[in-house]
Design a protein around this ligand. Structure first.
Ligand SMILES: *Cc1c(COP(=O)(O)O)cnc(C)c1O
Length: 403
């Protein structure tokens, strides 16, 4: 929609008008210009990566209240790295064997209701997922979620961690899961990849006792797409760093920053670890640091007001169409912003929701709306990654397919 020649014009690759929110498959969020500038500046000199990681750790610890922090190539990468830290701790030989360390505690307990598509990130580190819960959504027993005793019963000397997938509706409560796990000295990892904003979620899970929390750097923080934050206990972060940093080092002169790694805890230097393929460069580190600083300073209420107004305005424009029925969903439930939920009546509209969503995607620029409710003959329109002009454009494109 812009007249400026962009790299995508040059490559002849269609751009996307994003009414689907921060989705990695269409480029996540738009990086903050200041973070992009930080990346260019970072690209102009060499720097010791561990020094930059130590700086990131200090900032992550300041803003989350954790003992330490670390940056890898995404929240999913941080799940892998955090799991590897829980399995190996300071044991160099286990680090060396991962992902095949069957003598080490390598089971990760997950409430069955928390299983999700990112399980692979845990298994990549060598974890065996022990999925527990006799939850019953059908017989009216009241037991619709995994219960605490079921988690506790699964804990053994093979347990490396309990994995908790954070959503506003996640059950059992994190504090209760932490109590059960800590009673048996088992750490809890929280996947909060997409749970920002609200900003209070930066400190909340650490406060509630999580040992490791992951956040995506490329969603609402608006840092580099290939960045993620691991926040948590100093000893686990040290283990993560040992398994992630480039380890082609000469041991006799290797002095990583003492606040990132306490070398006295380790018997030597492990070589390229399980986390090495999850690398971040100086550019991602610098960009993430700048983006996180700005995210913390940002006026979140102003963003919510902007998203709400944009959503309301798209909703009222679409309400005029006889083939559509419109509701506005509440923010901070399934999505962080309020969204327009659009139900399509194919008899009146002359097109069904699936065909409409498909047509929009085939345009140039491609128009992406949310497809998670196609089975209800509906799609969603999310305001977070649109400008006001783009919001008008999306409404116009939807209308163009209706009778
Ligand atoms: C987005 C997301 C991830 C992955 O985040 P990346 O930064 O893209 O690696 C993991 N878990 C959940 C719940 C997510 O929403």
């Amino acid at each position: 929609m812009s007249d400026n020649e962009s790299i995508y014009d040059e490559l002849d690759v269609p751009t996307v008008i994003n009414a689907a929110s921060t989705k990695t498959r269409i480029g996540g969020s738009l990086i903050r210009p200041e973070a992009a500038e930080a990346m260019v500046s970072a690209s102009e000199s060499f720097v010791r990566i561990s020094d930059l990681q130590a700086k990131a750790s200090e900032l992550i610890s300041d803003v989350t209240g954790s003992e330490a922090g670390y940056v890898a190539s995404g929240a999913a990468a941080c799940l892998t790295l955090g799991t590897a830290a829980c399995i190996a701790d300071t044991d160099l030989s286990v680090m060396d064997q991962l992902p095949h360390a069957d003598d080490a505690p390598n089971e990760v307990i997950m409430p069955r209701t928390h299983r999700n598509g990112y399980d692979h990130a845990l298994r990549l580190a060598g974890a065996h997922i022990v999925d527990v819960g006799n939850n019953d959504n059908h017989l009216g027993t009241g037991s619709v979620n995994t219960e605490l005793w079921e988690i506790e019963a699964a804990i053994s000397d093979k347990t490396a961690a309990v994995m908790y997938m954070q959503k506003s509706y996640s059950q059992p409560e994190l504090t209760d899961v932490v109590d059960v796990a800590h009673k048996h000295d088992v750490p809890v990892i929280v996947d909060a990849a997409a749970e920002l904003p609200p900003k209070r979620n930066l400190t909340r899970f650490i406060e509630e006792g999580a040992d490791l929390v992951v956040y995506s750097g490329g969603k609402a923080i608006r840092g580099p797409q290939a960045s993620g934050i691991l926040a948590g206990k100093q000893d686990l972060i040290e283990s993560a760093a040992m398994q992630h940093l480039d380890m082609h080092v000469a041991e006799s002169v290797w002095e990583p920053p003492a606040d990132l790694i306490d070398l006295d805890r380790f018997a030597g230097v492990p070589r390229q670890g399980i986390g090495r393929p999850l690398k971040v460069g100086k550019e991602e580190l610098a960009g993430l640091i700048r983006a996180l600083q700005l995210f913390v300073e940002e006026d979140h209420d102003a963003n919510v007001t902007e998203w709400t107004e944009r959503t309301e305005s798209m909703a009222s424009a679409l309400k005029a169409e006889p083939g559509l029925s419109i509701t506005v969903t509440e923010g901070e439930k399934t999505a962080v912003a309020p969204e327009v939920y659009v139900r399509v009546d194919p008899e009146v509209a002359g097109i069904d929701a699936t065909a409409l969503v498909g047509e929009l995607r085939r345009e140039d620029p491609r128009v992406f709306v949310g497809p998670d409710h196609l089975h209800e003959s509906a799609f969603t329109v999310n305001p977070m990654c649109l400008t006001d002009d783009e919001a008008d454009y999306v409404v116009e494109r939807v209308r163009s397919y209706l009778d």
